[in-house]
Design a protein around this ligand. Structure first.
Ligand code: ZN
Length: 301
């Protein structure tokens, strides 16, 4: 907390020596800041050559615990739009007030506007109540990982299109055309994933970090998640997940690149299986969802 306050004061002083404006003078482009990588893909596809996009949580960074660097915070003074997840990601809950106090002119696009957020799964709530720690659930009320459903990606696209059009009305028709192209690709993506998963009979998959609930719901799959948001699992929790995985005839434990895999390997060893990787935060959204579907399909056969 003290570190954060000192950082904050340092940045505030730094900003007194600069004067921020929406476009970078050299390029004439709008500076868009997004909290997570997949949003950078959407913003670039829609904004094209009229935007420069930077990402707050870097590749491999964990949005549940990330803290921005002073350089990132000071770069926000020249930004004209911030695209936030808006679904309870801890990084945003902790930092949005500071970001706004540094740049009160910054326009905020809530990428989750209109998205039906799913409450945390019942069984997770149960597991939480069972835990003796007495700590509150880190994720809050909703599962924050909504971008992993292609239908929700369409809503994100619309939200970013609307925000870009309102800060830069002269290019609104171009943003609308780019968004329409992207929406068509997202609809094709949903169709292809649906087709690819159609013959899969055992529709359960096991992920270490619970990021794939919206994806599972979109395609009639069941996500079994091991951990609760970055906390080390207790031996009892590990044992329960191993039993669930055995009951569901699961052989692969999927890990995210952002999280350690020691406990995932323990589970894989106990069920006589292996670990695989799926990334909830890769920048190239469409390509990444195709890769994840290949991985899930391979594991669920
Ligand atoms: Zn997460």
């Amino acid at each position: 907390m003290i570190y954060r306050t000192v950082t904050f004061l340092a940045i505030a002083l730094l900003l007194l020596l600069q004067n921020g404006c929406g476009t970078s003078p050299e390029s004439g482009r709008l500076h868009i800041v997004v909290s997570i990588s997949p949003f950078a893909y959407f913003a670039e596809r829609i904004g094209g050559e009229h935007v420069d996009v930077s990402v707050m949580v870097p590749p491999g960074g964990n949005p549940h615990s990330y803290e921005p660097t002073p350089r990132q915070m000071s770069a926000l003074s020249g930004a004209s739009l911030f695209v936030k997840a808006g679904s309870g990601v801890e990084f945003e809950l902790d930092w949005m007030p500071r970001i706004l106090s540094l740049n009160p002119e910054l326009r905020i696009c809530d990428a989750s506007e209109g998205v039906p957020l799913i409450p945390m799964h019942q069984e997770d709530a149960q597991a939480h109540e069972d835990s003796a720690s007495g700590q509150t659930h880190q994720h809050g009320r909703y599962d924050p990982h909504y971008w992993l459903s292609p239908d929700n990606a369409v809503l994100i696209t619309r939200n970013i299109e609307k925000a870009l059009g309102s800060i830069d009305p002269s290019h609104r028709p171009l943003y609308a055309a780019n968004a329409a192209t992207l929406v068509a690709e997202l609809q094709a993506l949903r169709h292809d994933i649906h087709e690819q998963l159609a013959p899969v009979r055992n529709r359960n998959f096991l992920v270490f970090h619970p990021a794939w609930g919206y994806y599972a719901d979109a395609f009639g799959l069941k996500q079994i998640a091991a951990e609760e948001e970055g906390k080390t699992m207790t031996p009892l929790q590990l044992q329960r997940v191993i039993e669930k995985a055995r009951d569901a005839d699961i052989r692969v434990v999927f890990v995210s690149p952002q999280f350690g895999k020691v406990q995932a390997e323990t589970i894989a060893g106990d069920i006589g299986g292996t670990t695989g990787t799926v990334d909830p935060l890769a920048r190239d959204y469409i390509d990444n969802l195709r890769k994840a579907t290949d991985a899930f399909t391979g594991a669920m056969q």
